[in-house]
Design a protein around this ligand. Structure first.
Ligand SMILES: Cc1ncc(COP(=O)(O)O)c(C=O)c1O
Length: 461
């Protein structure tokens, strides 16, 4: 069989997958008897699998990535044109799409001014950690090197980003971890650690971070890394008052505030960036998934000019610059795709659509919670929502993980892809996750929540 014939024979593709592919995040034993899922094609909000079955994608490519939807020819064409002209040159030199995208991006991020390109969210976060560590060495005799991260947050898959990971099931069995990462408490009011609510709860949760800083010694803490809305840890939207207090604390103790926008960045919450919902001024922002909606691999670490200046203040010192590279940070496909991705969001007014459709998604989920006792909490921002399932509303006992997964599987059988927290937190993998593309229509949103309604009835009665 020649290559073209084989490529058109889907059974051969499935066979090759079974024989050779090590899929992400999945136990492979079931593939000995069942076919792995292969996604063959996508258009707008929909994808088709190897059997030609159509699905509405309620999670933008599984992991909240394909923000502008599938099948965007103008992105593909822009990437093609750029690759033919120049596909790559190492990032010590600049590139045309790199400059253009950086300028467009910085226009959306007042107070920030420098873009460092790399190619995954984990890598961007690692770069931020390296900058914080190098600043500690340059300015504080190496002492101010600790990096705080929050319970339930996730920052990536490498050993150091796992060391900054607040999800114990995700981290387990990958130690020993990188030293110098210190955990601070989460801020999920639904599972409150303090008997407070609203703004008081928000300020208390931030004060708990200050307590850790004081216990560690403020002169040893260089950075605080937080997700604006905790994603895989349960779609946790921060309580009011939280971020204002966080900003005060960082300023008071000269701690760099690093916001991980890998999920929220570029539109997911209805603002360009999640942190812009809270009026704060980060020192560093990392982003990846939605930057080019998965049309090319690109991640960015964006910093203030103040941070940038710290790496060029003494040019006579041969060690005094950021001695870091990302080989594929020099690929031009990423910024070429990111420019078109951003143009689409602007031209099609997708931020506005995200807010309107996000309201509809939240309202539909809240309506469902009146019918289904199992929905304990609904939370979200823009087109990024979570529904936490509990077996008992009064004591908030988390629903059995297998039943939560059964809801996801039933939706899939109905042709609707939703997500759920998965191998993140012991006993707390009980939140259904929704992150449809920013192009979603009311019909799409209603179809997603109708399938959840049907699935909840089937699984929980
Ligand atoms: C908040 C957050 N940060 C970082 C990452 C890691 O990104 P990547 O998988 O591109 O390395 C993820 C991935 O899901 C994430 O959700």
């Amino acid at each position: 069989m020649d290559g073209a014939a084989r490529d058109n024979d889907i059974s051969k593709i499935v066979e090759a997958d079974r024989a050779h592919i090590w899929h992400h995040l999945i136990q492979h034993k079931p593939f000995e008897t069942n076919e792995p899922r292969i996604i063959v094609e996508g258009k707008d909000m929909r994808v088709w699998d190897q059997n030609g079955k159509e699905h509405i994608d309620g999670v933008s490519g599984g992991v909240w990535t394909v923000n502008v939807g599938y099948g965007r020819e103008r992105i593909a064409n822009a990437v093609r044109d750029q690759l033919v002209k120049l596909n790559y040159f190492a990032g010590a030199a600049g590139s045309v799409p790199g400059s253009i995208f950086a300028e467009k991006l910085i226009e959306k991020m007042p107070g920030l001014s420098r873009v460092y390109y790399c190619n995954s969210g984990s890598e961007a976060n690692e770069k931020a950690f390296k900058m914080i560590r190098q600043i500690a060495h340059k300015r504080y005799g190496g002492k101010k090197n600790k990096i705080l991260y929050r319970d339930r947050d996730y920052h990536g898959t490498t050993i150091s980003t796992l060391s900054a990971g607040g999800q114990d099931e995700r981290n387990a069995q990958y130690g020993p971890y990188t030293p110098g990462f210190i955990r601070v408490p989460h801020c999920l009011e639904y599972r409150a650690q303090w008997d407070l609510s609203g703004e008081e709860y928000g300020r208390r949760a931030a004060d708990a971070i200050e307590e850790v800083i004081l216990a560690e010694g403020a002169d040893t803490v260089g950075g605080l890394c937080l997700e604006p809305v905790t994603a895989g840890g349960g779609v946790i939207t921060p309580p009011p008052g939280y971020w204002e207090r966080i900003a005060e604390i960082c300023q008071k103790y000269e701690i760099l505030l690093h916001i991980d926008e890998v999920v929220c960045g570029v539109g997911r919450t209805g603002k360009w960036f999640g942190y812009q919902n809270f009026g704060i001024k980060p020192d560093m922002v990392t982003m990846a998934k939605g930057v080019a909606s998965g049309y090319a691999a690109i991640a960015c670490l964006v910093t203030t000019e103040t941070v940038f200046e710290m790496f060029k203040d003494d040019a006579s010192d041969p060690m005094n610059y950021f001695r870091d590279i990302s080989t594929f940070g020099g690929c031009t496909a990423g910024p070429a795709a990111a420019i078109e991705n951003m143009n689409i969001i602007e031209e099609e007014k997708l931020l506005e659509n995200t807010l309107a459709m996000g309201d509809r998604l939240m309202a539909n989920l809240r309506n469902l919670s009146e019918k289904h006792e199992v929905i304990g909490d609904v939370r979200g921002a823009g087109l990024f929502c979570g529904a936490e399932l509990v077996s008992n509303r009064s004591d908030k006992t988390p629903a059995d993980e297998k039943m939560v997964q059964a809801v996801v599987a039933d939706c899939m059988a109905q042709g609707v892809i939703i997500g759920a927290t998965n191998r993140s937190l012991p006993g707390l993998n009980n939140t259904l996750c929704f992150s449809p593309a920013l192009i979603a229509t009311t019909d799409d949103i209603d179809a997603i929540t109708e399938s959840v309604d049907t699935a909840l009835t089937k699984v929980f009665g």
